[in-house]
Design a protein around this ligand. Structure first.
Ligand code: GLA
Length: 713
């Protein structure tokens, strides 16, 4: 809902529980007024009428108060917009008009007369999430010089003045992604981002800030997330007077630079912001609901249980072996069988074949169709792995087009994992990939594509192309276009985003993929922390989690029970990735039981509301999902100390006036008791885990009445 003040210079956007307000001054400065609980227009107008801070010689009256600080004039904070043209640097805008776009979008249009530049700031409430972005249009007459856009951020978020802001972020590296850390904010800037060409394992593009010691279930939390899958930057800035602003957008350093010729436009990705007063848990649930409703395709459909042999077989695959695994996977109840790397070209190791997207004739003499048909006959869907943005030097593609990779003339072409990055900004590369992938998806009944990206940009050059080369953002747009086009042409195919595990997870890629590969780390204990971080922003509905072999020879040789591995993976979209030919009959039978159980709890896990009951800090860890009358609790005990029984876990999101039956124990529990006194898990020893399925079966009042009736009779 958008409301406008009487003089047409105050705007108030409201969601179910929150509001966002801004004000245009007489000098056309766009000031931030409010972001927080729902307020009325009169409240916003009262904020607008508040006296402005006194002008002081070394302070700007605008810093820390503006919606979108541009470079130029009395501003000393990090600018969201920096342009130059015709020998003039910076922006001095006049307000043009406001307009309402589709779906309650508020557009504010400004113009800079010297540059002939129109700047449009866009706001849209989706639930309580505010989506913001900026559009630049060069309106200078044809023949005028191009405008240099040095930086255009999507948005700047302004927080209310408070003491002691705390920053939460999700940091990591390969096999250790999305780990949550909190730290006190202090004066100056904290900058996170990626210089790598993809979102990166190092940070999810998300930050959360709280000032008054928010907890999991209580307190105000401000959080922001960027919808972009290339290099990016988010800066959290605490100014000398304590004001805090968060500025973010695509590109890091100068990698976002572009030239804007007259008559052209450029739009930023969305930078979304959420205010919540339900603590970190409430913020996560609001982000999950937003993504399910507005970002993730077909999010109300549950994802199938998959099998993938990558950890079991590596590059050593054959059609016969995959058939054998498919038979075993089907017997477990798996619904989607995915052939990972090494089915194509000369790809028998990571040294060759990337770029040649036709089945390896020795391994799949009849192409992929015979295997796909068999997988379908077994009642499963069929999926394949691809890594289209990359090429091995030892490939037909590279031999034919060595100039198609990112490189600088006369410089070394750096290889990681023996591969080079194709320059997707080139139209000929885009056409090649479209033709190859479209033909591949037409050649066999493929239902699922695991799309990988296994190295960072290191030589981002485009010989012959004048600077600034739009190679960084051009790559991301081409990747998005390719996936969008393939989805449109092959509507039955689902896509997974993978980048050596969780190197490409963000709201931009989630708008066009059905699930993501959370991490190459499938150790069930490490996963608890990775999943805990992931769940701060993204829902279980997209979080792929596999059960692999024990000991975990890929990573740490840790030995864990099938139970612990399964319960860890039940927290997301379940997959199995072990060598099923080596699992005993007992293990296969147990696994069949877990898959069956998962299918039963899957709607609650994938589509329900998540409550993090206990953090993975070494003691008992537990999460809970609630959907309607059903609740599922997953609990893990890494190591029991002193023979002591872990304290019961207090549940959340239940009806205190309800009675809940537990499938596992056969016990009935009163909601009020579960909420306050908790559920005993009975976990003991090392690496123990359990699932509890609870269903609301009655009103506590009815039962109490029945009991009192019994007592009276
Ligand atoms: C990446 C992925 C793995 C697997 C390999 C194949 O590392 O994260 O799951 O697909 O590539 O080469």
């Amino acid at each position: 809902m958008i409301e406008i003040g009487a003089d047409g210079r105050t705007w108030l956007l409201s969601g179910p529980t929150s509001s966002y307000a801004l004000r245009l001054t007489d000098r056309d400065e766009l000031l931030h007024l409010h972001w927080g609980p729902r307020i009325a227009l009169a409240d916003a107008e009262a904020l607008a009428a508040a006296p402005t801070p006194p002008e002081r010689p070394f302070e700007s009256w605008l810093d820390g108060r503006e919606e979108y600080p541009v470079e130029g004039g009395p501003r000393f904070t990090r600018p969201a917009l920096s342009v130059r043209g015709g020998g003039v640097r910076g922006t001095e805008w006049r307000f043009l008009r406001w307009a309402e776009g589709d779906d309650d979008e508020l557009q504010l249009h400004f113009t800079d007369a010297v540059h002939g530049l129109q700047v449009t700031l866009s706001y849209r409430m989706r639930g309580d999430v505010v989506e913001r972005c900026a559009v630049l249009i060069n309106q200078a007459p044809e023949g005028s010089p191009e405008l240099e856009v040095l930086r255009v951020d999507s948005a700047t978020w302004t927080l209310p003045l408070r003491e002691r802001w705390r920053l939460s972020q999700l940091h990591g590296r390969w096999a250790a992604e999305s780990r949550l850390v909190r730290s006190q904010l202090t004066y100056g800037e904290r900058v996170i981002g990626s210089r790598r060409g993809h979102t990166g394992h190092q940070h999810l593009p998300w930050v959360a800030l709280d000032a008054d010691g928010a907890t999991e279930e209580r307190g105000e939390v401000y959080s922001c997330a960027l919808a972009w899958s290339g290099s990016w930057r988010i800066s959290v800035h605490q100014l000398p007077d304590g004001a805090v602003q968060i500025t973010g957008g695509s590109g890091h350093d100068d990698s976002g630079q572009t030239l804007l010729p007259p008559g052209t436009a450029t739009a930023t990705p969305v930078f979304a912001g959420l205010w919540s007063d339900g603590g970190f848990g409430g913020a996560s649930r609001a982000w999950h609901a937003y993504q399910r409703a507005h970002v993730i395709p077909d999010a109300d459909e549950v994802r199938p249980v998959l099998y993938n042999s990558w950890e079991a077989t590596g590059f050593d695959i054959s059609e016969e072996q995959q058939r054998a695994l498919a038979g075993r996977a089907a017997a477990l109840g798996v619904e989607l069988f995915v052939v990972d790397d090494a089915w194509f070209g000369a790809r028998v190791s990571d040294r060759a074949g990337l770029g040649d997207w036709t089945p390896n004739p020795d391994r799949f003499p009849g192409g992929l169709k015979p295997l796909a048909d068999e997988v379908h006959a077994l009642g499963m869907r069929f999926g394949i792995w691809v890594e289209p943005e990359m090429v091995n030097a030892d490939s037909d593609l590279y031999r034919a087009h060595p100039d198609w990779v990112q490189h600088h003339p006369g410089r070394a072409r750096t290889e990681f994992r023996n591969q080079l990055v194709l320059n997707l900004a080139r139209p000929d590369v885009q056409n090649y990939l479209w033709e190859q992938l479209d033909a591949l998806l037409s050649s066999a009944p493929v239902d699922y594509v695991k799309w990988d990206f296994n190295r960072c940009f290191s030589d981002p050059g485009w010989p012959g192309e004048p600077y600034p080369q739009r190679l960084w953002d051009g790559h991301v747009h081409a990747f998005y276009d390719l996936v969008d086009r393939l989805r449109a042409a092959h509507p039955g195919v689902a896509f997974e985003s993978c980048s050596g595990g969780g190197g490409r997870i963000d709201l931009g890629v989630l708008a066009r993929t059905d699930q993501v590969w959370t991490s190459d780390n499938t150790d069930p204990l490490d996963r608890l922390a990775i999943q805990h971080g992931f769940s701060q922003i993204h829902p279980a509905r997209v979080m792929a989690a596999w059960v692999t072999d024990s000991p975990n020879t890929q990573l740490n040789d840790r030995v864990s029970s099938l139970r612990f591995r399964f319960v860890s993976a039940l927290a997301g979209v379940l997959g199995v990735g072990g060598d099923l030919t080596r699992w005993s009959d007992d293990e296969l039978a147990e696994a069949r039981g877990w898959v069956e159980l998962y299918k039963e709890i899957r709607p609650v896990v994938q589509l329900g509301e998540l409550y993090r009951l206990r953090d993975p800090d070494g003691g008992l860890c537990a999460v809970q999902y609630v959907l309607g009358d059903d609740a599922v609790v997953l609990a893990w005990l890494p190591a029991q100390a002193y023979g002591q029984e872990p304290a019961p876990v207090r549940l959340r999101g239940l009806d205190p006036a309800g009675v809940y039956a537990c499938r596992e124990t056969g016990e009935e529990h009163r909601g009020a008791v579960l909420l306050h006194h908790g559920l005993r898990t009975g976990l003991r020893g090392d690496l123990d885990a359990a699932v509890f399925r609870l269903r609301r079966i009655a009103d506590a009042a009815d039962i109490t009445e029945a009991y009192s009736g019994l007592a009276q009779s």
